[in-house]
Design a protein around this ligand. Structure first.
Ligand code: NAI
Length: 332
């Protein structure tokens, strides 16, 4: 098959080429898929996309018109694809549902530890030979309550790691994970109770109509004073403005995010010479108790290997006329 790999980054190309073993004809482009760039897919059977690509209704219509039959996502989240439009257009879509939940959960833990123990500020001071320890006090994670919102693949690993730290676990999910309850002492709670009782909250739900701005002003008001919020899921699961207010009034003592609601068009590129005119990002960047990484929670050798291999497996299935085991057929 001929595949156009949108948003391809230098670091991932060797992984994809290695997994492909010259089976499919791959063309790599740094361009992001949009209604404007869909035209580049003329003559290709499939496109491979990542989280910054936008397969909206119009883009899907265009891909269909240009003869594209398959979309394979190099991500687990697929909130950037209008699945309904794709299925109506007979464009088949598959993702990489489980490339390494550990990769993302470990990044969430890294954000949490760095914030709690003020590692960035400490290192900034050391770089200036300032060995003063004032205002660097953190707290033990042991015996603290961690609220896990979304106890699927990543939330489960996160729960197990936090259990290892000696934390008490509260969970919120539409489906309960019996293993976490039985072996890790997880208690499922309502969103309100989880927020009221958690010292730390980590988000691991997909972005969908129900989770859009799930963390809003009402819920933040119910949270414990001085809690820490970690978001490695999707930016729009939190209402950034409300979270900034929470940071300002001390409700939230620290925020760690790998995702940002307006990240499209900003993340994955060097903007050091054309600083994005995004007020909320500027405010967050200016706060010492906010740690932002640019959607790089997935960036491990294991995850990149699995993403590449599953992407090629998806393409292999379609090339041999079969349904991919990762095909997305349910609209939520
Ligand atoms: P998963 O599908 O295994 O787990 C998601 C959980 O959320 C499920 O247990 C599901 O029941 C629950 N859920 C869905 N809708 C809900 C709702 N309305 N209310 C309460 N619970 C709900 O997904 P996984 O693999 O754990 O990934 C979670 C999300 O993490 C992905 O959807 C993706 O957006 C994000 N992600 C971010 C990455 C990054 O690089 N920062 C990389 C990979 C995933």
């Amino acid at each position: 098959m001929k595949i156009l790999v949108y948003s391809s980054k230098n670091f991932e190309i060797p992984y994809i080429e290695e997994a492909n073993r010259k089976k499919h004809q791959l063309t790599f482009t740094k361009e992001v898929l949009s209604s404007k760039t869909a035209i580049k897919a003329i003559g290709y059977d499939a496109v491979s996309i990542f989280s910054a690509d936008e397969a909206c209704f119009i883009t899907i219509e265009k891909l269909k018109e240009f003869g594209v039959k398959y979309i394979t996502l190099r991500s687990a989240g697929y909130d950037n694809v209008n699945l309904r439009a794709a299925l109506r257009s007979d464009i088949r879509v598959a993702n990489v549902p489980e490339y390494s939940p550990n990769t993302i959960a470990e990044h969430a833990v890294a954000l949490l530890l760095a914030l709690n123990r003020k590692l960035i500020e400490s290192n900034d001071r050391i770089n200036r030979y300032n060995f003063n320890l004032d205002h660097l006090i953190g707290f033990d994670l042991n015996k603290k309550t961690v609220g896990i919102i979304g106890t699927g693949r990543i939330g489960t690993v996160m729960s197990k790691i936090m259990h290892g730290f000696g934390c008490k676990l509260l969970g919120y999910d539409i489906e309960h994970n019996a293993e976490l309850v039985k072996n890790y002492g997880m208690t499922y709670a309502s969103l309100n109770d989880l927020c009221a009782e958690s010292d730390i909250i980590s988000l691991h739900v997909p972005l969908n109509t129900e989770t859009h701005e799930l963390i809003n002003k009402d819920l933040i008001d119910k949270m414990k004073d001085g809690m820490i919020l970690i978001n490695t899921a999707r930016g729009s699961i939190i209402n950034t403005k409300a979270v900034i207010e929470g940071l300002k009034n001390g409700k939230i003592s620290a925020l760690g995010i790998d995702v940002y609601e307006n990240e499209k068009g900003i993340f994955f590129k060097d903007h050091s010479r054309d600083i994005p005119k995004d007020n909320n990002l500027m405010i967050l960047n200016a706060m010492p108790n906010v740690l932002i990484t640019g959607h790089h929670a997935f960036l491990t050798d294991e995850a990149l290997t699995n993403i590449a291999e599953t992407t090629i497996i998806n393409l292999d299935s379609w090339a041999s006329g079969k349904e991919s085991e990762n095909e997305l057929t349910e609209i939520n």
